[in-house]
Ligand binder design. Structure first.
Ligand SMILES: C[S@@+](CC[C@H](N)C(=O)[O-])C[C@H]1O[C@@H](n2cnc3c(N)ncnc32)[C@H](O)[C@@H]1O
Length: 315
């Protein structure tokens, strides 16, 4: 039998730095857009005290349930089973106009890799699911693998996985699915292993990039990130902080460009000599470069190795 949710332990990444950059005080209102198993939320609750309020989003039903248990001693948390891209709407419903801090710790939790039947890991032989939420999302990874055209598969493997052998893998999928639908992570991983030449220097499994691409497509991760950033900026009170941890360059690029754009005083095209855009900066960037975990943190929690933290303050 596999692990059960109560046995899963997710080690929250960059814990102290998240709190440093959020810079919350007693009685503040904060939003954790990615509750996960509640580690960062617990730190936030300690900072804001019993008179503060935490709004916590989690779209994964299992993680939400675990977090509610983990945070049962705190009475000032509003748990929202929803995609964070509905941030503005959910705050409006609760008549919350401004908040003092917003955290986005993107991507997956340990539970996604370790529990059975989630389909995120090529080290298990599960059904190809990969949905964060079985209630809020319809399309599974199996739907994509068996229904997308060769061109569509190639595009997502290339764009979301930065996979060099995208076309070759898409063609192999197309040949195999004509014989029988591809239903499991094991079948897909084996097929990729067969068509991707494995270099002796390659440290990652040949299926890593395709699995990342599928997960991003199933959960529309880059779109939801693009959608939430302006809502988060608008929801912050003056001096409110936005802290974002991403785990791959595609996410980090979106965050970096968004923050840079919001921090600019002028958005006129370069050939305009006298500024006429009347653009007002909304954010000050607090992290010139992304902040990474220390060697000691990576040693203690190897999953933290790709974390990139960026933070900004509302003007
Ligand atoms: C890296 S984990 C967060 C871990 C958390 N900070 C902790 O300390 O336990 C990311 C969590 O965000 C959730 N998530 C990812 N995208 C989401 C979205 N668009 N809306 C709501 N929750 C999301 C995932 O299901 C996962 O549980």
């Amino acid at each position: 039998m596999g692990l059960t949710q109560d046995k899963i332990h997710h080690i929250s990444v960059l814990r102290q730095l998240v709190q440093k950059y959020l810079n919350l005080s007693k009685s503040d209102i904060a939003v954790d857009c990615t509750l996960g198993l509640g580690g960062h939320s617990q730190d936030i609750l300690e900072k804001i005290g019993p008179k503060g309020l935490l709004i916590a989003f989690e779209q994964d039903e299992q993680n939400l349930k675990t977090s509610k248990n983990n945070l049962t001693n705190y009475k000032n948390v509003v748990f929202i089973h929803q995609n964070f891209e509905f941030l503005a709407n959910e705050l409006k419903k609760r008549k919350i106009k401004q908040v003092n801090g917003i955290l986005l710790d993107l991507g997956l939790c340990s539970s996604h890799f370790e529990l059975e039947n989630r389909g995120f890991s090529f080290q298990k032989n599960d059904s190809l699911d990969m949905r964060f939420s079985k209630e809020l999302t319809c399309k599974t990874a199996a739907d994509i693998i068996n229904k997308y055209s060769v061109q569509e598969l190639t595009d997502i493997f290339r764009e979301y996985g930065e996979e060099k052998f995208a076309y070759r893998i898409a063609c192999a999928i197309n040949i195999n699915r004509k014989i029988a639908p591809i239903q499991t992570t094991g079948e897909l991983a084996k097929l990729i292993e067969e068509v991707v030449p494995r270099s002796r220097h390659e440290r990652i499994h040949p299926a890593t990039k395709v699995f990342q691409a599928l997960r991003i497509e199933v959960n529309q991760e880059l779109e939801t990130l693009k959608n939430v950033l302006p809502q988060a900026t608008a929801a912050l009170a003056p001096q409110g902080r936005l802290v974002i941890i991403s785990y791959h360059s595609l996410e980090d690029r979106i965050v970096k460009h968004f923050l840079k754009f919001q921090a600019r005083a002028c958005i006129c095209p370069p050939h305009i000599l006298i500024c006429n855009c009347e653009h007002e900066p909304t954010l000050t960037i607090l992290t010139k470069k992304p902040v990474r975990p220390s060697k000691a943190e990576i040693h203690a929690n190897p999953r933290s190795r790709s974390a990139l933290l960026r933070a900004a303050e509302k003007l």
